[in-house]
Design a protein around this ligand. Structure first.
Ligand code: MN
Length: 249
């Protein structure tokens, strides 16, 4: 199995190195990742300047671009082979609920799904004392299961691992996307030349305690696995005709 590995924390992150180590037992790993941190880049694509690729050793490439740039580049010419799977992570921090929309980690996986390759995003739910071993081990197990069973087109799995020792993790759950709460915290200050500037904050104010969600599973000590799809169509609205009907023209 050929695996393309990427992330948004950059090629030097301990999170991606942990995945390189665990996934090399499952398949042949190619790493194509940003040359520096690219957090909260969502699905940004670099179109107005060239991209440079630095060869970092056997099957390792650093790109001066976004996570999406990395996956697109890898799958459209940089790699000599077509990967069977795209894996992104392990992210330093959660990608639960609303995080998914802003996440560069998840977007790298979405790009894989868009280009017709099954994908997984893996995140460690903590902002300190990163211990990636458990998440790396779970990712390798999940990848070997996908190797056996396959995955539908245009879907990806969003995995969030609680920061617990293996023996304290209760197992894993298939979940839906939950709802996180952030403070709408914008700092307004004045720069040395007298002009105002703004800094987007957003403290973590917890999450909606809804059963079956990614947030709830991690809160209860389970690894959360959420199947996501690239198709954003609201099928409920489509089926139930919530949009009022009118004649036009
Ligand atoms: Mn990140």
């Amino acid at each position: 199995m050929i695996i393309l590995l990427s992330n948004d924390d950059g090629i030097h992150s301990d999170g991606i190195i942990a995945l390189e180590n665990s996934l090399q037992h499952v398949g042949e790993v190619y790493t194509v990742a940003p040359d520096r941190e690219q957090n909260s880049m969502s699905h940004a694509l670099t179109l107005h300047r060239p991209l440079r690729v630095l060869d970092m050793g056997p099957r390792r490439f650093a790109v001066d671009g976004t996570p999406t740039d990395c996956v697109k580049l890898a799958l459209t010419g940089l790699l000599p082979v077509r990967p069977d799977l795209v894996v992104s992570g392990i992210n330093k921090g959660p990608n639960l609920g609303d995080d998914i929309i802003y996440s560069g980690t998840v977007s790298a996986a979405i790009e894989g799904a868009l280009l017709g390759i099954p994908a997984i995003a893996v995140s460690l739910v903590t902002f300190e004392n990163f211990q990636f071993q458990v998440a790396a081990e779970f990712a390798a197990t999940l990848v070997s299961r996908i190797q056996e069973r396959g995955m539908p087109l245009e879907t990806l799995l969003n995995v969030n691992v609680p920061p617990l020792p293996k023996e304290q993790i209760k197992g894993w759950r298939l979940t839906r996307q939950g709802k996180r709460h952030y403070s709408e915290n914008i700092v307004e200050r004045t720069d040395p030349r007298g002009k105002k500037y703004y800094w987007i904050g957003g403290d973590n104010l917890g999450f909606a305690h809804d059963d079956g969600t990614d947030c709830m599973a991690v809160h209860e000590g389970y690894i959360s696995v959420t199947p996501l799809q690239v198709d954003l169509t609201n099928y409920k609205l489509l089926q139930e005709s919530y949009v009022p009907s009118f004649n036009w023209p």
